[in-house]
Design a binder for this molecule. Structure first.
Ligand code: GDP
Ligand code: MG
Length: 224
């Protein structure tokens, strides 16, 4: 088990569940900084979120994948959010739901201005599947940074994991970053937290500087 930096841990341990939105239109007001978590069902997304936020069941790490089609919103503070996107990739998800998923993601990725980073979870043993490539392309097309966590790195030997990392890095667009990660061993935890915190702080301070007279009204959100 790897050690973790306590300050980085505390930064994310503040996360609390805010709401589940069945559609992008029902997300909180589009202000502040948002980081989205995406990945195929079973990629280890819920586990990664729980590990990053040092909580046991912030995002439910379920063994029954692919059923919930909700955007789950967690807040670090009033200007910083993590959004857990619905998983995708299981044949058992009905066609209607898949179409709905695509439409929802299109709206979310193309319109959400506060979205500053997508964290894509890929199981290191099953990386770069069509869904992953589609998502990377959608983000790159709108200049949205993507940071990839190659999850379950503990399933491979150190050597195999780092050669897989290099192989995948070579196939990615230059701006997409990638690292090894394991919720089980906490490998890559500080690295991931540092990356995410830097994105939050970079955009967060820009907002603070421009928001002196212009504080967002958080009561504006209307529940459906
Ligand atoms: N060995 C190992 N298993 C993991 C890790 N992360 C998740 N898993 C397992 O992978 C399965 C799917 O994890 P989950 O977080 O629910 O994936 P999600 O569907 O993407 O949210 C579960 O059985 C987890 O216990 C990891 O870092 N190492
Ligand atoms: Mg999950």
């Amino acid at each position: 088990m790897q050690t973790e930096n306590p300050q980085l841990r505390a930064y994310f341990a503040r996360a609390v569940f805010l709401k589940s939105a069945p559609e992008a239109s029902q997300l909180p007001l589009d202000s502040g900084v948002e980081i989205a978590f995406a990945g195929r069902s079973n990629a280890g997304k819920s586990s990664a979120l729980n590990t990053l936020c040092a909580q046991k069941s912030l995002a439910r790490a379920s063994k029954r994948p692919g059923r919930t089609q909700l955007l789950n919103v967690f807040t670090l503070d009033e200007n910083k959010r993590l959004v857990d996107l619905p998983g995708y990739g299981y044949a058992e998800v009905p066609m209607e739901m898949r179409k709905n998923w695509g439409a929802m993601m299109d709206v979310y990725f193309s319109q959400r201005l506060s979205l500053k980073l997508t964290v894509l979870m890929m199981d290191i043993r099953h990386p770069m599947r069509p869904f992953d490539l589609m998502l990377i392309e959608a983000c790159v097309n709108r200049d949205l940074p993507v940071h990839i966590l190659l999850t379950k790195a503990d399933k491979l030997s150190r050597g195999a994991a780092s050669s897989e990392l290099q192989k995948i890095r070579n196939k990615l667009p230059e701006k997409v970053t990638v690292q090894l990660f394991s919720s089980l061993s906490k490998q890559g935890l500080d690295e991931a937290r540092t990356f995410l915190r830097d994105v939050m702080e970079k955009h967060g301070s820009a907002i603070a500087a421009s928001a002196v007279d212009d504080a967002p009204n958080h009561d504006e959100h209307v529940e459906a």
